[in-house]
Design a protein around this ligand. Sequence first.
Ligand SMILES: *Cc1c(COP(=O)(O)O)cnc(C)c1O
Length: 380
Amino acid sequence: MARSTCPTTASRLIVDLDALCRNYASLCRKLAPAACGAVVKANAYGLGAVPVVEALRAAGCRLFFTAHLAEALDLMSVVDPTCQIVILNGLDPDCEAVCAEHGFVPVLNSMAQIERWRALAIARGRRLPAALQVDSGMSRLGLTIDDARAVSTTAIGDHIDLRLILTHLACADDPDHEENRAQRARFEEITRLFPGIPASIANSGAAFLTPEFHLDIARCGIALYGVAPTLAQPSELRSVVRLDARVIQIREIEVGTGIGYGFDHIARRPMRIATVGIGYADGISRRFALSGAAWYQQHRLPLVGRISMDSLAIDISDLPDGLLAEGGFVELIGPCQSLEAMADAVGTIPYEILTGLGRRHERLYVQNHRSERHAAGAWS
Ligand SMILES: *Cc1c(COP(=O)(O)O)cnc(C)c1O
């Protein structure tokens, strides 16, 4: 039986792939001569890894980073042999054979992982690609500095085709933090032991630091998706995401009427309330009820009462009568209310908002026709 698709959805996540590719081009310019790889873990930060990778590949990107093997496998249909997929979190033993079979590049984060990967290469009778991570001070993943010193190029080189050596900064989003330089110095001591192997230190934050942090390859995630690492710094990044949700009911209520669970809000005047079909299951934090709003044609429409799992209420009393009807869409994230503003309002970071958006939104991908793209001068 053919599966029916739902004709409408209560919310739309609109992903501007043209803006994504412009951000990629802008980062490439900023980082050159270093190369820019794209971090597409967590379903490309919630935006949809397959369309994101397809668009970036068309824009010239050949290097992609996931966190897990499963995420790399999801990209099989959209990469070709000229692309490399690096698996940042490394492999547990059960995943190694599948990883080798597909030619993915695992990050080796411990001596045990190096040993096992080398043993597999010997068993297969061929060199296997890998990246090596060094913990230069974040205490998260990677070889300790001492272990990294002990792993010589020759020990790795016979059976492991080392493509990349990387480390990750703890404070890259703070340009003045002295630990950035300290981590870089510790990492440099190690990279000197691996001459000729491309080195990588920069996430988006470090891509916006001075060029001494760019090294050979950067690993950019959030900046591709339109968020500047530090608000203070000017950037050419364009926002990529818009989130709209549908008004599913409108009602008039009288003074003294409670709104939503627990009656957190009680009408002090006659009100017009719109119920919008998006809730905390869709990534709208319950904390957003305190100060948040939706937007419609430049009108700010404050949230009222608690946010439910699948809906929230907004006060549309001040809108001209009839301007917003049932079935209309209001903006939650977009030109009127930035991702950064929403993150700020609920005390988190844009990363958490994006990756928490959930699966129920219809994801729409904007990609202009070639002629429009050229007319806009997007690629110049
Ligand atoms: C997630 C991640 C990145 C990307 O970070 P952004 O701040 O989104 O650019 C880069 N490198 C590693 C190791 C990561 O885990």
